[in-house]
Design a protein around this ligand. Structure first.
Ligand SMILES: [Zn+2]
Ligand SMILES: [Zn+2]
Length: 248
């Protein structure tokens, strides 16, 4: 009789383009995106068989998929593999930027659902014992609505059934924003950026490190170095997108 829930239910809108969907039921079940945006994502999602396992770069149809690849072979990356939805091109870039700078976490959660849907086998295959977001420094928290990495990590942890551990890894110093640092200096900029609480918790663990995008890999690599120095067995990285250095 008092059917307020239905009366006040908001009409469905695509998380990315805001349009009411022509086929909402299908999209809600799949990704929260309308049919048109879903089609754009389908074109943007990378083929795992043509990607470098170590750094997540998509290598094109005629490039050998040996790992390390041309984009990572000269880099001192300390993590073991990267899972991502695709390269930081139009659709994925627009979705990440609108989600990151929104006042709500809905956009990031939708991207995370898409990541899990597309990379389920890869992520479960890692068998992570812990899911860890790349943390913000406490001063960055004062000016942001949320830490994208933390939102994605929380959703990922629920979706793949691995515990979230967001207290152990912390920022020990405020680094310059990576996007404002020359690519060649980004590894140096991240040195000593993290600290650990309860490092004993990491012994023999497979850790899934989570961030929104991966460019040079310097941030996730420095976190991996520290986690492994405390006894983590493997460190894998999950991000929404891989940015090639030349397009950063
Ligand atoms: Zn849409
Ligand atoms: Zn590579």
């Amino acid at each position: 009789m008092w059917n307020f829930g239905l009366d006040f239910a908001l009409p469905w809108k695509c998380v990315l383009c805001d349009s009411p969907d022509d086929n909402a039921q299908v999209s809600i079940n799949r990704t929260s995106y309308c049919t048109s945006c879903t089609e754009k994502f389908e074109a943007a999602i990378a083929d795992v068989d043509q990607s470098c396992e170590r750094c997540g770069a998509v290598l094109g149809p005629f490039v050998p998929t040996d790992s390390p690849c041309v984009h990572c072979r000269d880099k001192p990356l300390k993590f073991d593999s990267v899972s991502c939805l695709g390269m930081y091109g139009e659709t994925i870039r627009d979705a990440i930027l609108s989600a990151k700078y929104s006042s709500s976490t809905v956009g990031l959660e939708a991207l995370c659902r898409l990541l899990v849907q597309e990379r389920c086998q890869q992520l479960r295959g890692i068998k992570p014992d812990l899911v860890m977001p790349i943390p913000h420094h406490w001063r960055a928290r004062l000016t942001r609505h949320f830490n994208s990495a933390a939102v994605i990590a929380e959703s990922l942890s629920v979706a793949i059934g691995a515990p979230l551990e967001d207290q152990t890894l912390y920022r020990s110093r405020l680094t310059r924003l990576q996007k404002r640092v020359d690519l060649k200096d980004r590894f140096e900029n991240q040195k000593g950026a993290f600290g650990l609480r309860n490092p004993e918790l990491l012994k023999g663990k497979r850790v899934l490190i989570v961030d929104d995008v991966l460019t040079t890999g310097a941030t996730c690599s420095e976190a991996s170095r520290l986690l492994k120095s405390a006894g983590a067995k493997t460190c894998h990285v999950a991000v929404i997108a891989r940015v090639l250095d030349s397009s950063a």
